[in-house]
Design a protein around this ligand. Structure first.
Ligand code: ADP
Length: 595
Protein backbone atom coordinates (compact mmCIF):
# COMPACT_ATOMS: atom_id res chain seq x y z
CA UNK A 1 0.00 0.00 0.00
CA UNK A 2 1.18 3.51 -0.79
CA UNK A 3 2.45 5.37 2.28
CA UNK A 4 0.98 8.82 2.92
CA UNK A 5 3.65 11.40 2.30
CA UNK A 6 4.27 14.33 4.63
CA UNK A 7 4.21 17.89 3.33
CA UNK A 8 6.67 20.79 3.58
CA UNK A 9 9.52 20.56 6.04
CA UNK A 10 8.14 17.41 7.68
CA UNK A 11 9.34 15.62 4.52
CA UNK A 12 12.77 15.93 6.13
CA UNK A 13 11.73 13.25 8.61
CA UNK A 14 10.67 10.91 5.77
CA UNK A 15 14.01 11.30 4.06
CA UNK A 16 16.00 11.03 7.33
CA UNK A 17 14.56 7.55 7.98
CA UNK A 18 15.92 6.06 11.20
CA UNK A 19 18.08 9.13 11.75
CA UNK A 20 15.06 11.40 12.18
CA UNK A 21 15.34 11.45 16.03
CA UNK A 22 18.70 13.16 15.47
CA UNK A 23 16.85 16.12 13.93
CA UNK A 24 14.83 16.57 17.11
CA UNK A 25 17.84 16.02 19.40
CA UNK A 26 19.85 18.51 17.33
CA UNK A 27 17.10 21.12 17.61
CA UNK A 28 16.69 20.61 21.39
CA UNK A 29 20.45 20.93 21.96
CA UNK A 30 20.52 24.05 19.83
CA UNK A 31 17.58 25.54 21.78
CA UNK A 32 19.28 24.85 25.15
CA UNK A 33 22.51 26.29 23.77
CA UNK A 34 20.64 29.48 22.79
CA UNK A 35 19.31 29.92 26.34
CA UNK A 36 22.72 29.18 27.84
CA UNK A 37 24.31 31.75 25.54
CA UNK A 38 22.27 34.50 27.27
CA UNK A 39 23.38 33.52 30.76
CA UNK A 40 27.00 34.81 30.55
CA UNK A 41 25.58 38.28 29.87
CA UNK A 42 23.48 38.04 33.02
CA UNK A 43 26.55 36.93 34.96
CA UNK A 44 28.44 39.93 33.60
CA UNK A 45 25.59 42.11 34.75
CA UNK A 46 25.84 40.56 38.23
CA UNK A 47 29.57 41.32 38.18
CA UNK A 48 28.83 44.92 37.20
CA UNK A 49 26.18 45.13 39.91
CA UNK A 50 28.52 43.81 42.63
CA UNK A 51 31.29 46.17 41.57
CA UNK A 52 28.83 49.04 41.55
CA UNK A 53 27.39 48.19 44.96
CA UNK A 54 30.79 47.86 46.62
CA UNK A 55 32.20 51.11 45.20
CA UNK A 56 34.43 52.77 46.29
CA UNK A 57 35.56 49.77 48.41
CA UNK A 58 36.46 47.05 45.92
CA UNK A 59 37.95 44.66 48.47
CA UNK A 60 34.63 42.83 49.07
CA UNK A 61 33.97 41.51 45.61
CA UNK A 62 34.36 37.79 46.31
CA UNK A 63 31.22 36.99 44.26
CA UNK A 64 32.73 38.51 41.12
CA UNK A 65 35.15 35.66 40.55
CA UNK A 66 32.46 33.00 40.89
CA UNK A 67 30.20 34.94 38.48
CA UNK A 68 33.14 35.03 36.11
CA UNK A 69 33.49 31.26 36.35
CA UNK A 70 29.77 30.78 35.86
CA UNK A 71 29.89 33.00 32.79
CA UNK A 72 32.75 30.93 31.34
CA UNK A 73 30.95 27.66 32.22
CA UNK A 74 27.70 28.77 30.54
CA UNK A 75 29.58 30.02 27.48
CA UNK A 76 31.55 26.77 27.13
CA UNK A 77 28.43 24.66 27.74
CA UNK A 78 26.52 26.68 25.17
CA UNK A 79 29.25 26.13 22.58
CA UNK A 80 29.56 22.40 23.37
CA UNK A 81 25.79 21.87 23.12
CA UNK A 82 25.66 23.90 19.91
CA UNK A 83 28.32 21.70 18.33
CA UNK A 84 26.61 18.58 19.69
CA UNK A 85 23.38 19.77 18.05
CA UNK A 86 25.21 20.50 14.79
CA UNK A 87 26.72 17.03 14.84
CA UNK A 88 23.25 15.48 15.17
CA UNK A 89 21.72 17.62 12.42
CA UNK A 90 24.74 16.96 10.15
CA UNK A 91 24.34 13.20 10.58
CA UNK A 92 20.66 13.51 9.74
CA UNK A 93 21.42 15.89 6.84
CA UNK A 94 23.83 13.45 5.18
CA UNK A 95 21.15 10.76 5.30
CA UNK A 96 18.48 13.16 3.99
CA UNK A 97 20.71 14.29 1.11
CA UNK A 98 21.59 10.71 0.19
CA UNK A 99 17.97 9.55 0.32
CA UNK A 100 16.69 12.54 -1.66
CA UNK A 101 19.16 11.79 -4.47
CA UNK A 102 18.55 8.05 -4.25
CA UNK A 103 14.76 8.34 -4.33
CA UNK A 104 14.76 10.83 -7.24
CA UNK A 105 17.25 8.84 -9.31
CA UNK A 106 15.37 5.63 -8.56
CA UNK A 107 12.15 7.28 -9.63
CA UNK A 108 13.65 8.70 -12.82
CA UNK A 109 14.55 5.22 -14.04
CA UNK A 110 10.87 4.23 -13.88
CA UNK A 111 9.50 7.30 -15.63
CA UNK A 112 8.21 7.13 -19.20
CA UNK A 113 11.00 8.03 -21.61
CA UNK A 114 8.92 10.87 -22.97
CA UNK A 115 9.46 12.64 -19.61
CA UNK A 116 13.07 13.28 -20.61
CA UNK A 117 12.22 15.16 -23.77
CA UNK A 118 10.27 17.61 -21.58
CA UNK A 119 12.88 17.83 -18.82
CA UNK A 120 16.37 18.51 -20.06
CA UNK A 121 19.37 16.92 -18.39
CA UNK A 122 20.50 20.36 -17.18
CA UNK A 123 17.17 20.94 -15.44
CA UNK A 124 17.07 17.46 -13.92
CA UNK A 125 20.64 17.76 -12.65
CA UNK A 126 19.75 21.03 -10.98
CA UNK A 127 16.52 19.74 -9.47
CA UNK A 128 18.11 16.62 -8.01
CA UNK A 129 21.64 17.70 -7.19
CA UNK A 130 21.20 21.29 -6.10
CA UNK A 131 18.00 20.75 -4.15
CA UNK A 132 19.49 17.83 -2.24
CA UNK A 133 22.53 20.01 -1.37
CA UNK A 134 20.33 22.96 -0.41
CA UNK A 135 18.27 20.77 1.89
CA UNK A 136 21.44 19.33 3.41
CA UNK A 137 22.72 22.86 4.13
CA UNK A 138 19.42 23.90 5.66
CA UNK A 139 19.11 20.89 7.94
CA UNK A 140 22.75 20.80 8.98
CA UNK A 141 23.19 24.51 9.71
CA UNK A 142 20.15 26.71 9.38
CA UNK A 143 17.56 24.61 11.20
CA UNK A 144 19.51 24.53 14.50
CA UNK A 145 20.18 28.26 14.15
CA UNK A 146 16.50 28.87 13.48
CA UNK A 147 15.45 26.97 16.60
CA UNK A 148 17.95 29.03 18.59
CA UNK A 149 16.63 32.22 17.02
CA UNK A 150 13.05 31.31 18.02
CA UNK A 151 13.92 30.25 21.59
CA UNK A 152 16.06 33.33 22.23
CA UNK A 153 13.30 35.95 21.82
CA UNK A 154 11.11 34.10 24.31
CA UNK A 155 13.91 34.02 26.86
CA UNK A 156 14.83 37.60 26.08
CA UNK A 157 11.25 38.88 26.43
CA UNK A 158 11.05 37.33 29.89
CA UNK A 159 14.43 38.71 30.90
CA UNK A 160 13.73 42.18 29.50
CA UNK A 161 10.52 42.50 31.49
CA UNK A 162 11.97 41.18 34.76
CA UNK A 163 14.58 43.89 35.31
CA UNK A 164 12.79 47.09 34.27
CA UNK A 165 9.62 46.74 32.22
CA UNK A 166 9.85 50.30 30.85
CA UNK A 167 13.34 49.78 29.43
CA UNK A 168 12.12 46.34 28.36
CA UNK A 169 9.44 48.03 26.25
CA UNK A 170 12.01 50.36 24.69
CA UNK A 171 13.78 47.23 23.43
CA UNK A 172 10.74 45.12 22.56
CA UNK A 173 8.49 47.59 20.72
CA UNK A 174 10.97 48.18 17.84
CA UNK A 175 11.51 44.43 17.63
CA UNK A 176 7.78 43.80 17.19
CA UNK A 177 7.61 46.55 14.55
CA UNK A 178 10.56 44.95 12.72
CA UNK A 179 8.53 41.71 12.42
CA UNK A 180 6.00 43.67 10.36
CA UNK A 181 8.74 44.72 7.88
CA UNK A 182 10.10 41.19 7.85
CA UNK A 183 6.67 39.90 6.89
CA UNK A 184 6.29 42.44 4.11
CA UNK A 185 9.61 41.22 2.67
CA UNK A 186 8.56 37.60 2.69
CA UNK A 187 4.80 37.83 2.35
CA UNK A 188 2.44 39.42 -0.19
CA UNK A 189 3.65 39.30 -3.76
CA UNK A 190 6.99 37.94 -2.54
CA UNK A 191 5.40 34.89 -0.86
CA UNK A 192 5.97 32.68 -3.89
CA UNK A 193 9.26 34.36 -4.69
CA UNK A 194 11.24 31.19 -4.09
CA UNK A 195 9.13 29.20 -6.53
CA UNK A 196 9.64 31.78 -9.28
CA UNK A 197 13.30 32.22 -8.36
CA UNK A 198 13.96 28.50 -8.65
CA UNK A 199 12.01 28.35 -11.93
CA UNK A 200 14.24 31.09 -13.31
CA UNK A 201 17.39 29.33 -12.06
CA UNK A 202 16.31 25.98 -13.53
CA UNK A 203 15.50 27.56 -16.85
CA UNK A 204 18.89 29.27 -16.93
CA UNK A 205 20.63 26.01 -16.03
CA UNK A 206 18.86 24.01 -18.66
CA UNK A 207 19.46 26.54 -21.41
CA UNK A 208 23.13 26.81 -20.34
CA UNK A 209 23.54 23.06 -20.89
CA UNK A 210 21.80 23.31 -24.27
CA UNK A 211 24.07 26.22 -25.13
CA UNK A 212 27.26 24.34 -24.23
CA UNK A 213 26.05 21.40 -26.33
CA UNK A 214 25.45 23.75 -29.22
CA UNK A 215 28.88 25.43 -29.06
CA UNK A 216 30.09 23.62 -32.21
CA UNK A 217 27.19 25.24 -34.10
CA UNK A 218 27.95 28.63 -32.53
CA UNK A 219 31.60 28.35 -33.59
CA UNK A 220 30.86 27.03 -37.05
CA UNK A 221 28.47 29.82 -37.86
CA UNK A 222 30.46 32.48 -36.03
CA UNK A 223 27.55 33.28 -33.74
CA UNK A 224 27.52 34.88 -30.31
CA UNK A 225 25.66 34.08 -27.14
CA UNK A 226 22.97 36.51 -28.30
CA UNK A 227 22.14 34.16 -31.15
CA UNK A 228 21.25 31.51 -28.60
CA UNK A 229 17.99 33.22 -27.76
CA UNK A 230 16.93 30.74 -25.10
CA UNK A 231 20.09 31.09 -23.05
CA UNK A 232 20.25 34.83 -23.48
CA UNK A 233 16.57 35.29 -22.61
CA UNK A 234 16.81 33.05 -19.58
CA UNK A 235 19.75 35.10 -18.24
CA UNK A 236 17.79 38.30 -18.80
CA UNK A 237 14.67 36.87 -17.16
CA UNK A 238 16.71 35.80 -14.14
CA UNK A 239 18.37 39.22 -13.92
CA UNK A 240 15.03 41.05 -14.19
CA UNK A 241 13.39 38.81 -11.67
CA UNK A 242 16.25 39.02 -9.15
CA UNK A 243 16.52 42.80 -9.45
CA UNK A 244 12.73 43.28 -9.20
CA UNK A 245 12.77 41.23 -6.02
CA UNK A 246 15.73 43.15 -4.62
CA UNK A 247 13.97 46.45 -5.39
CA UNK A 248 10.73 45.25 -3.76
CA UNK A 249 12.74 44.51 -0.61
CA UNK A 250 14.53 47.86 -0.59
CA UNK A 251 12.18 49.75 1.76
CA UNK A 252 11.18 46.90 4.07
CA UNK A 253 14.85 45.90 4.41
CA UNK A 254 15.99 49.44 5.26
CA UNK A 255 13.11 49.82 7.73
CA UNK A 256 13.82 46.43 9.23
CA UNK A 257 17.50 47.29 9.76
CA UNK A 258 16.61 50.67 11.30
CA UNK A 259 14.01 49.26 13.69
CA UNK A 260 16.14 46.39 14.98
CA UNK A 261 18.92 48.88 15.75
CA UNK A 262 16.58 51.43 17.37
CA UNK A 263 16.87 50.03 20.95
CA UNK A 264 20.64 50.76 21.01
CA UNK A 265 19.92 54.31 19.88
CA UNK A 266 16.94 54.99 22.14
CA UNK A 267 18.12 53.40 25.37
CA UNK A 268 20.46 56.24 26.47
CA UNK A 269 18.14 59.25 25.80
CA UNK A 270 15.06 57.47 27.16
CA UNK A 271 17.15 56.09 30.04
CA UNK A 272 18.21 59.65 30.93
CA UNK A 273 14.53 60.71 30.97
CA UNK A 274 13.55 57.83 33.23
CA UNK A 275 16.61 58.41 35.44
CA UNK A 276 15.28 61.84 36.42
CA UNK A 277 12.33 60.17 38.15
CA UNK A 278 14.16 57.10 39.37
CA UNK A 279 14.33 56.75 43.18
CA UNK A 280 17.27 54.36 43.25
CA UNK A 281 19.77 55.81 40.73
CA UNK A 282 22.29 53.08 41.27
CA UNK A 283 19.81 50.30 40.51
CA UNK A 284 18.43 52.17 37.53
CA UNK A 285 21.90 52.70 36.08
CA UNK A 286 22.67 49.03 36.52
CA UNK A 287 19.50 48.04 34.72
CA UNK A 288 20.31 50.46 31.93
CA UNK A 289 23.73 48.84 31.50
CA UNK A 290 22.01 45.45 31.36
CA UNK A 291 19.65 46.57 28.60
CA UNK A 292 22.49 48.17 26.67
CA UNK A 293 24.32 44.84 26.84
CA UNK A 294 21.25 43.03 25.52
CA UNK A 295 20.30 45.35 22.69
CA UNK A 296 23.02 44.05 20.28
CA UNK A 297 21.96 40.45 21.08
CA UNK A 298 18.45 41.35 19.94
CA UNK A 299 19.82 42.72 16.65
CA UNK A 300 21.75 39.52 16.10
CA UNK A 301 18.69 37.43 16.95
CA UNK A 302 16.41 39.30 14.53
CA UNK A 303 18.96 39.01 11.73
CA UNK A 304 19.13 35.28 12.37
CA UNK A 305 15.34 35.04 12.20
CA UNK A 306 15.32 36.92 8.91
CA UNK A 307 17.97 34.72 7.28
CA UNK A 308 16.45 31.56 8.72
CA UNK A 309 13.05 32.56 7.27
CA UNK A 310 14.64 32.87 3.86
CA UNK A 311 16.39 29.53 4.29
CA UNK A 312 13.13 27.85 5.28
CA UNK A 313 11.53 29.16 2.08
CA UNK A 314 14.45 27.76 0.08
CA UNK A 315 14.36 24.37 1.83
CA UNK A 316 10.57 24.04 1.45
CA UNK A 317 10.82 24.85 -2.25
CA UNK A 318 13.76 22.45 -2.67
CA UNK A 319 11.71 19.63 -1.11
CA UNK A 320 8.68 20.52 -3.26
CA UNK A 321 10.75 20.47 -6.43
CA UNK A 322 12.21 17.09 -5.68
CA UNK A 323 8.75 15.80 -4.82
CA UNK A 324 7.70 17.13 -8.23
CA UNK A 325 9.90 14.41 -9.72
CA UNK A 326 9.11 11.77 -7.13
CA UNK A 327 5.36 12.31 -7.63
CA UNK A 328 5.55 12.13 -11.44
CA UNK A 329 3.19 9.46 -12.58
CA UNK A 330 4.86 6.29 -13.62
CA UNK A 331 3.40 4.23 -16.41
CA UNK A 332 0.93 1.82 -14.88
CA UNK A 333 1.90 -1.76 -15.40
CA UNK A 334 0.48 -5.11 -14.40
CA UNK A 335 2.16 -7.37 -11.86
CA UNK A 336 2.09 -10.56 -13.91
CA UNK A 337 3.70 -11.44 -17.21
CA UNK A 338 1.54 -12.29 -20.20
CA UNK A 339 2.56 -14.87 -22.75
CA UNK A 340 1.99 -14.03 -26.39
CA UNK A 341 2.19 -16.32 -29.38
CA UNK A 342 2.92 -13.91 -32.20
CA UNK A 343 4.82 -10.67 -32.61
CA UNK A 344 2.56 -8.77 -34.97
CA UNK A 345 1.99 -5.11 -34.09
CA UNK A 346 -1.42 -3.55 -34.49
CA UNK A 347 -2.33 0.16 -34.22
CA UNK A 348 -6.08 0.52 -33.67
CA UNK A 349 -7.37 4.04 -34.19
CA UNK A 350 -4.47 5.57 -32.22
CA UNK A 351 -4.38 9.29 -31.39
CA UNK A 352 -1.79 11.12 -29.35
CA UNK A 353 -0.88 14.73 -28.48
CA UNK A 354 2.25 15.74 -26.58
CA UNK A 355 1.52 17.09 -23.09
CA UNK A 356 0.70 20.78 -23.21
CA UNK A 357 0.14 20.70 -26.96
CA UNK A 358 -3.39 20.54 -28.39
CA UNK A 359 -2.27 19.53 -31.88
CA UNK A 360 -2.52 15.83 -32.56
CA UNK A 361 0.95 14.45 -33.37
CA UNK A 362 -0.80 11.17 -34.27
CA UNK A 363 -4.40 11.19 -35.45
CA UNK A 364 -6.60 8.08 -35.64
CA UNK A 365 -3.83 5.90 -37.03
CA UNK A 366 -4.61 2.23 -37.79
CA UNK A 367 -2.32 -0.34 -39.40
CA UNK A 368 -0.99 -3.83 -38.71
CA UNK A 369 2.53 -5.13 -39.15
CA UNK A 370 2.28 -8.93 -39.48
CA UNK A 371 4.92 -10.97 -37.70
CA UNK A 372 8.20 -11.16 -39.57
CA UNK A 373 7.35 -8.32 -41.97
CA UNK A 374 9.13 -5.00 -42.46
CA UNK A 375 7.09 -1.82 -42.64
CA UNK A 376 8.50 1.61 -43.36
CA UNK A 377 7.12 4.95 -42.27
CA UNK A 378 7.87 7.77 -44.68
CA UNK A 379 6.66 11.33 -45.04
CA UNK A 380 7.61 14.93 -44.45
CA UNK A 381 9.65 15.93 -41.42
CA UNK A 382 7.44 16.64 -38.40
CA UNK A 383 4.69 14.42 -39.83
CA UNK A 384 4.62 12.09 -36.81
CA UNK A 385 6.80 9.10 -37.82
CA UNK A 386 9.05 9.08 -34.74
CA UNK A 387 6.07 9.66 -32.48
CA UNK A 388 4.24 6.64 -33.91
CA UNK A 389 7.34 4.48 -33.38
CA UNK A 390 7.86 5.74 -29.83
CA UNK A 391 4.32 4.79 -28.80
CA UNK A 392 5.05 1.05 -29.28
CA UNK A 393 7.62 0.77 -26.42
CA UNK A 394 5.44 3.19 -24.38
CA UNK A 395 7.83 6.13 -24.37
CA UNK A 396 4.46 7.85 -24.18
CA UNK A 397 1.00 6.36 -23.65
CA UNK A 398 -1.63 6.81 -26.36
CA UNK A 399 -4.53 9.20 -25.65
CA UNK A 400 -7.06 7.22 -27.65
CA UNK A 401 -7.09 3.83 -29.35
CA UNK A 402 -4.92 0.81 -28.62
CA UNK A 403 -1.56 -0.58 -29.69
CA UNK A 404 -1.32 -4.35 -29.48
CA UNK A 405 1.54 -6.79 -29.78
CA UNK A 406 0.43 -10.35 -30.45
CA UNK A 407 -3.15 -9.28 -29.66
CA UNK A 408 -2.22 -7.86 -26.22
CA UNK A 409 -2.43 -4.16 -25.37
CA UNK A 410 1.11 -2.83 -24.78
CA UNK A 411 -0.19 -1.40 -21.49
CA UNK A 412 -0.87 -4.93 -20.26
CA UNK A 413 2.77 -5.98 -20.54
CA UNK A 414 5.16 -5.66 -17.64
CA UNK A 415 7.69 -2.99 -18.62
CA UNK A 416 10.52 -5.51 -18.47
CA UNK A 417 8.67 -7.94 -20.77
CA UNK A 418 7.80 -5.20 -23.26
CA UNK A 419 11.40 -3.95 -23.36
CA UNK A 420 12.66 -7.51 -23.89
CA UNK A 421 10.47 -7.78 -26.98
CA UNK A 422 11.75 -4.63 -28.67
CA UNK A 423 15.17 -3.54 -29.91
CA UNK A 424 15.30 0.15 -30.72
CA UNK A 425 18.06 1.67 -32.85
CA UNK A 426 17.97 5.44 -32.48
CA UNK A 427 19.20 7.87 -35.06
CA UNK A 428 21.62 9.48 -32.61
CA UNK A 429 22.75 6.53 -30.58
CA UNK A 430 24.34 7.40 -27.27
CA UNK A 431 27.38 5.51 -26.04
CA UNK A 432 28.47 5.55 -22.39
CA UNK A 433 32.00 6.37 -21.29
CA UNK A 434 32.79 2.69 -20.89
CA UNK A 435 34.47 -0.02 -22.95
CA UNK A 436 32.92 -0.95 -26.30
CA UNK A 437 32.22 -4.37 -24.79
CA UNK A 438 30.28 -2.89 -21.86
CA UNK A 439 28.44 -0.54 -24.21
CA UNK A 440 27.25 -3.48 -26.28
CA UNK A 441 26.53 -5.69 -23.25
CA UNK A 442 23.97 -3.13 -22.03
CA UNK A 443 21.56 -5.08 -24.25
CA UNK A 444 22.30 -8.40 -22.49
CA UNK A 445 24.42 -8.04 -19.35
CA UNK A 446 25.07 -11.77 -18.98
CA UNK A 447 26.31 -12.22 -22.57
CA UNK A 448 29.60 -14.09 -23.00
CA UNK A 449 32.58 -12.50 -24.77
CA UNK A 450 31.97 -14.82 -27.74
CA UNK A 451 28.36 -13.60 -28.06
CA UNK A 452 29.51 -9.96 -27.93
CA UNK A 453 32.20 -10.54 -30.58
CA UNK A 454 29.69 -12.34 -32.80
CA UNK A 455 27.27 -9.39 -32.56
CA UNK A 456 30.16 -7.02 -33.32
CA UNK A 457 31.02 -9.05 -36.40
CA UNK A 458 27.42 -9.25 -37.63
CA UNK A 459 26.99 -5.50 -37.13
CA UNK A 460 29.99 -4.94 -39.44
CA UNK A 461 32.05 -3.46 -36.63
CA UNK A 462 35.24 -5.50 -37.09
CA UNK A 463 37.00 -2.54 -38.71
CA UNK A 464 36.13 -0.37 -35.68
CA UNK A 465 37.80 -2.81 -33.29
CA UNK A 466 40.81 -3.10 -35.60
CA UNK A 467 41.36 0.67 -35.35
CA UNK A 468 42.14 0.56 -31.64
CA UNK A 469 44.92 -1.47 -29.96
CA UNK A 470 42.66 -2.44 -27.06
CA UNK A 471 39.96 -3.72 -29.46
CA UNK A 472 36.68 -4.52 -27.71
CA UNK A 473 38.09 -3.16 -24.42
CA UNK A 474 38.64 0.31 -25.86
CA UNK A 475 36.97 2.89 -23.67
CA UNK A 476 34.69 5.26 -25.59
CA UNK A 477 35.55 8.90 -24.91
CA UNK A 478 39.12 8.17 -23.74
CA UNK A 479 41.96 10.22 -25.21
CA UNK A 480 42.37 9.43 -28.89
CA UNK A 481 39.20 7.30 -29.09
CA UNK A 482 36.84 8.88 -31.53
CA UNK A 483 33.92 7.19 -33.23
CA UNK A 484 32.14 8.76 -36.17
CA UNK A 485 28.34 8.97 -36.23
CA UNK A 486 28.15 6.01 -38.58
CA UNK A 487 30.48 3.95 -36.37
CA UNK A 488 28.42 4.77 -33.31
CA UNK A 489 25.30 3.65 -35.09
CA UNK A 490 26.95 0.35 -36.05
CA UNK A 491 27.90 -0.22 -32.39
CA UNK A 492 24.28 0.42 -31.44
CA UNK A 493 23.18 -2.08 -34.10
CA UNK A 494 25.58 -4.60 -32.47
CA UNK A 495 23.73 -3.91 -29.23
CA UNK A 496 20.41 -4.62 -30.90
CA UNK A 497 21.72 -7.79 -32.56
CA UNK A 498 22.95 -9.03 -29.17
CA UNK A 499 19.53 -8.32 -27.67
CA UNK A 500 17.94 -10.53 -30.33
CA UNK A 501 14.44 -9.13 -29.68
CA UNK A 502 11.60 -10.29 -31.97
CA UNK A 503 10.58 -6.70 -32.80
CA UNK A 504 12.99 -4.10 -34.19
CA UNK A 505 12.30 -0.38 -34.45
CA UNK A 506 14.80 1.49 -36.56
CA UNK A 507 15.21 5.20 -36.86
CA UNK A 508 17.31 5.28 -39.98
CA UNK A 509 20.23 7.68 -39.86
CA UNK A 510 20.42 10.49 -42.36
CA UNK A 511 23.60 12.15 -41.27
CA UNK A 512 26.07 9.42 -42.06
CA UNK A 513 25.98 9.52 -45.78
CA UNK A 514 29.56 8.51 -46.63
CA UNK A 515 29.23 5.52 -48.95
CA UNK A 516 31.49 3.19 -46.93
CA UNK A 517 29.49 3.64 -43.72
CA UNK A 518 26.16 3.64 -45.52
CA UNK A 519 26.95 0.28 -47.11
CA UNK A 520 28.05 -1.22 -43.79
CA UNK A 521 25.04 0.16 -41.89
CA UNK A 522 22.69 -1.19 -44.53
CA UNK A 523 24.31 -4.62 -44.33
CA UNK A 524 24.13 -4.56 -40.51
CA UNK A 525 20.44 -3.56 -40.70
CA UNK A 526 19.73 -6.51 -42.99
CA UNK A 527 21.27 -8.95 -40.50
CA UNK A 528 19.54 -7.31 -37.54
CA UNK A 529 16.10 -7.36 -39.12
CA UNK A 530 16.17 -10.85 -40.65
CA UNK A 531 13.07 -12.78 -39.54
CA UNK A 532 11.98 -9.93 -37.20
CA UNK A 533 8.88 -7.76 -37.14
CA UNK A 534 10.34 -4.42 -38.18
CA UNK A 535 9.12 -0.84 -38.15
CA UNK A 536 11.53 1.46 -39.88
CA UNK A 537 11.46 5.26 -39.95
CA UNK A 538 12.91 5.85 -43.37
CA UNK A 539 14.63 9.06 -44.38
CA UNK A 540 16.08 7.76 -47.65
CA UNK A 541 13.60 6.25 -50.03
CA UNK A 542 16.33 4.11 -51.68
CA UNK A 543 16.51 1.91 -48.59
CA UNK A 544 12.81 0.99 -48.50
CA UNK A 545 12.06 -0.07 -52.07
CA UNK A 546 11.89 -3.71 -51.09
CA UNK A 547 10.07 -3.50 -47.75
CA UNK A 548 6.76 -5.33 -47.30
CA UNK A 549 4.73 -2.18 -46.87
CA UNK A 550 5.27 1.56 -46.93
CA UNK A 551 3.05 3.77 -44.77
CA UNK A 552 3.07 7.44 -45.76
CA UNK A 553 2.50 9.76 -42.80
CA UNK A 554 1.72 13.45 -42.96
CA UNK A 555 0.33 15.72 -40.22
CA UNK A 556 -0.15 12.72 -37.95
CA UNK A 557 -2.38 10.91 -40.47
CA UNK A 558 -1.82 7.94 -42.77
CA UNK A 559 -2.20 9.41 -46.23
CA UNK A 560 -1.51 6.21 -48.18
CA UNK A 561 0.08 2.83 -47.80
CA UNK A 562 1.17 -0.08 -49.96
CA UNK A 563 4.17 -1.60 -51.67
CA UNK A 564 6.63 0.59 -53.56
CA UNK A 565 5.28 -0.34 -57.01
CA UNK A 566 1.65 0.00 -55.93
CA UNK A 567 2.24 3.45 -54.50
CA UNK A 568 4.04 4.58 -57.64
CA UNK A 569 1.05 3.46 -59.71
CA UNK A 570 -1.32 5.45 -57.49
CA UNK A 571 0.62 8.54 -58.53
CA UNK A 572 -0.12 10.40 -55.31
CA UNK A 573 2.03 11.55 -52.36
CA UNK A 574 4.58 8.72 -52.39
CA UNK A 575 5.08 8.84 -56.13
CA UNK A 576 5.74 12.60 -55.87
CA UNK A 577 8.26 11.97 -53.11
CA UNK A 578 9.90 9.27 -55.23
CA UNK A 579 10.15 11.53 -58.28
CA UNK A 580 11.65 14.27 -56.15
CA UNK A 581 14.12 11.75 -54.81
CA UNK A 582 15.06 10.61 -58.32
CA UNK A 583 15.57 14.13 -59.58
CA UNK A 584 17.72 14.94 -56.54
CA UNK A 585 19.95 11.97 -57.43
CA UNK A 586 20.12 13.04 -61.06
CA UNK A 587 20.99 16.56 -59.97
CA UNK A 588 23.74 15.17 -57.75
CA UNK A 589 25.13 12.99 -60.53
CA UNK A 590 25.04 15.89 -63.00
CA UNK A 591 26.77 18.14 -60.52
CA UNK A 592 29.50 15.60 -59.87
CA UNK A 593 29.88 15.09 -63.61
CA UNK A 594 30.48 18.81 -64.13
CA UNK A 595 33.36 18.91 -61.65
P1 ADP B 1 8.80 13.05 -37.74
O1 ADP B 1 9.44 11.88 -37.05
O2 ADP B 1 7.88 12.65 -38.83
O3 ADP B 1 9.81 14.06 -38.20
P2 ADP B 1 7.80 13.71 -35.10
O4 ADP B 1 7.07 12.50 -34.68
O5 ADP B 1 9.18 13.90 -34.58
O6 ADP B 1 7.83 13.79 -36.70
O7 ADP B 1 6.93 14.99 -34.74
C1 ADP B 1 5.53 15.06 -34.92
C2 ADP B 1 5.03 16.35 -34.27
O8 ADP B 1 5.16 16.26 -32.87
C3 ADP B 1 5.80 17.58 -34.71
O9 ADP B 1 4.89 18.65 -34.81
C4 ADP B 1 6.77 17.84 -33.58
O10 ADP B 1 7.04 19.20 -33.45
C5 ADP B 1 5.98 17.33 -32.39
N1 ADP B 1 6.88 16.77 -31.36
C6 ADP B 1 7.82 15.83 -31.54
N2 ADP B 1 8.45 15.54 -30.36
C7 ADP B 1 7.86 16.32 -29.43
C8 ADP B 1 8.04 16.49 -28.02
N3 ADP B 1 8.93 15.78 -27.33
N4 ADP B 1 7.27 17.39 -27.37
C9 ADP B 1 6.34 18.10 -28.06
N5 ADP B 1 6.11 17.99 -29.38
C10 ADP B 1 6.86 17.12 -30.07
Amino acid sequence: MKKNKSKGLSRLFDFAGNRSPLIIIGCILSGISAILSILPFICIWFVARDIFNSLPNLSDTSGIVSYGWWAITFAVLSIVLYFGGLMCTHLAAFRVEKNMRKEAVHKIVDLPLGFFSKNTSGKLRKVIDDNASLTHGFLAHQLPDFVGAIIMPIAIIIILCVFDWRLGLVCLVPLFISIFFLKSMMGGSNANFMEKYMDALEEMNSSAVEYVRGIPVVKTFQQTVYSFKNFHNSIERYRDFASDYAMSCKFPMVNFSITINLPSLLLIPIGVLFALNAGDYKKFLLNLIFYMLFAPICVNMMNKIMYSGERIMIAKEALNRLDGIIDCSQLEQPENSIEIFSNNIEFKNVSFSYPGNDNKAVNKVSFTIPEGKTYALVGPSGGGKSTIASLIPRFWDVDKGVIEIGGVNVKDFKEEDLMNKIAFVFQNSKLFKASLKDNIKVAKPNASDEEVLKAVHLAQCDDILAKFPKGIDTVVGEKGVYLSGGEMQRISIARAILKDAPIVILDEATAFADPENEYQIQKAFEILTKGKTVLMIAHRLSSIKDVDNIVVISDGNIVESGKHEELLKKNKVYSKMWNQYLSSIEWKVEKEGVR
